[in-house]
Design a protein around this ligand. Structure first.
Ligand SMILES: [Zn+2]
Length: 433
């Protein structure tokens, strides 16, 4: 089965999460391996939400490489598709369907390249392949379950290949392949503001409403401090190396904290996507306060979707918020996943080399992701994920516009490119060194 057939088959399984229903897809992947004589083990918190682990022996043995991907996808409700999102249509040079990019396409690339390399006897070292449920729902049945309940399965693993990256984009005529090496993490807070309450007919000062109002304005107008984390430093230095002057100079200048924000503003709207890479961020999303129109409440709650740079703690984040907001509040952490700021860079060269064998002009750049992936769970075990599903995309392919959106699709040629690159990587075995 080639990569296109694998992908169209995977798209045919309706693994929409919620509710998930990954079982059929996962068992189908197990069959793919069994046809090659490789046995898979199922691990599941709920049998309808299984995970599949397959150990694939390589020539050298040694410490295994983890290769993982999720089989669930996001819903299609309310979207205007030009094709049936679960038909796996191949049309106009693309494979169309929910999950084509996120991430059944990447999964198909991993499966096709691993199975071919193994069959040809060229897999350099041992690989653990893991198909996961429930990434889109937070990983309780998938990566979180595996890491918390079966950590011993990953003994000796130092590196992983997974989401999110490896797709090309063009900047000033240069083709860049970003590879996720670190993620920002969720730190959801509930801030409580207290003040004088009383009858609504009187004119009160120092109310909780006033404080939350001032806090919202400060959040909107101001920013938390700039921090240059190791992943971002290397990301922008790599872009500086890859891009021509004067862009190269600007990329370096962004790493000077005193001018980062001003320079981003000068560079215009397109550069705004970079701003959260330099800041902890706090988006106010829910307000609760008051229950009667003629009573001034003495307490108002504000929930904030906080996102922390690698290496930051909730305490430090709350101190930054206190400085910015300028009004007193109590903070309670609703949810927080720790994530260290260290990055193990050792496989970057091998990824760059594998890309270079298929795209001599392509440059690999590390990337900090503002969202989260299953990589955060494996990081707890000390496993460094490289988000890498290589795809050489047409210059103006709007990759970001198709993720979780209607008419999600992937160029057939990008799938074949991905398989060739991954085969180079798997047959060279940098992770065994
Ligand atoms: Zn995904």
């Amino acid at each position: 089965m080639d990569v296109v057939e694998i992908l169209t088959s995977l798209i045919g399984f309706r693994t929409v999460n919620p509710p998930g229903d990954e079982e059929e897809a996962v068992l189908w992947i197990r069959d793919l391996f069994e046809r090659e004589g490789l046995e898979g083990e199922i691990y599941a918190l709920d049998s309808r939400r299984p995970n599949l682990l397959v150990r694939i022996p390589g020539k050298k043995g040694g410490k295994p490489l983890l290769v993982y991907g999720h089989v669930d996808v996001v819903p299609v409700e309310g979207q205007q598709w030009d094709v049936d999102p679960f038909a796996g249509a191949v049309k106009d040079g693309y494979v169309w369907g929910r999950g084509a990019l996120d991430m059944k396409g990447p999964l198909a690339i991993y499966l096709a390249s691993l199975l071919e390399t193994y069959r040809e006897g060229s897999l350099a070292g041992d690989v653990i392949f893991l198909a996961l449920s429930d990434e889109e729902g937070g990983g309780d049945y998938g990566a979180r379950y595996m890491v918390e309940n079966h950590p011993e399965l990953f003994d000796g693993v130092e590196y992983a290949i997974g989401e999110f990256g490896g797709f090309s984009f063009e900047v000033m005529g240069r083709r860049l392949y970003p590879v996720m090496v670190a993620e920002k993490q969720i730190c959801w807070l509930k801030l409580t503001f207290e003040g004088r309450g009383g009858h609504g007919s009187l004119m009160h000062r120092d109310t909780a409403m006033e404080k939350v109002g001032r806090a919202l304005v400060s959040l909107h107008r101001g920013r938390l401090p700039v921090h240059i984390t190791p992943a971002v430093r290397r990301m922008f230095l790599s872009m500086a190396d890859a891009l021509p002057f004067p862009a190269s100079l600007l990329m370096r200048a962004l790493l000077i904290p005193s001018i980062t924000d001003g320079l981003l503003s000068l560079l215009g709207e397109r550069m705004e996507v970079f701003r959260p890479l330099f800041h902890n961020t706090a988006s106010p999303t829910i307000i609760r306060g008051g229950s009667k129109v003629n009573v001034v409440p003495s307490r108002v709650e504000l929930e904030v979707d906080g996102r922390l740079l690698p290496g930051f703690t909730p305490d430090r984040f709350i101190r930054e918020l206190e400085d910015l907001l300028g009004v007193p509040f109590e903070a309670r952490v609703l949810r927080y996943d720790p994530y260290p700021d260290d990055v193990d860079w050792r496989l970057m060269g091998a990824l760059e080399e594998a890309i270079g064998m298929e795209d001599g002009g392509g440059r690999v750049i590390p990337m900090l992701l503002t969202g989260v992936t299953d990589g955060r769970f494996f990081k707890r075990l000390g496993i460094q994920t490289y988000g890498f599903a290589p795809m050489k995309l047409p210059a103006h392919f709007p990759f970001g516009d198709y993720i979780h959106a209607e008419n999600e699709r992937i160029p057939v040629e990008a799938l074949h490119f991905g398989v060739r690159v991954m085969k180079h990587f798997f047959s060279r075995g940098a992770w065994t060194l």
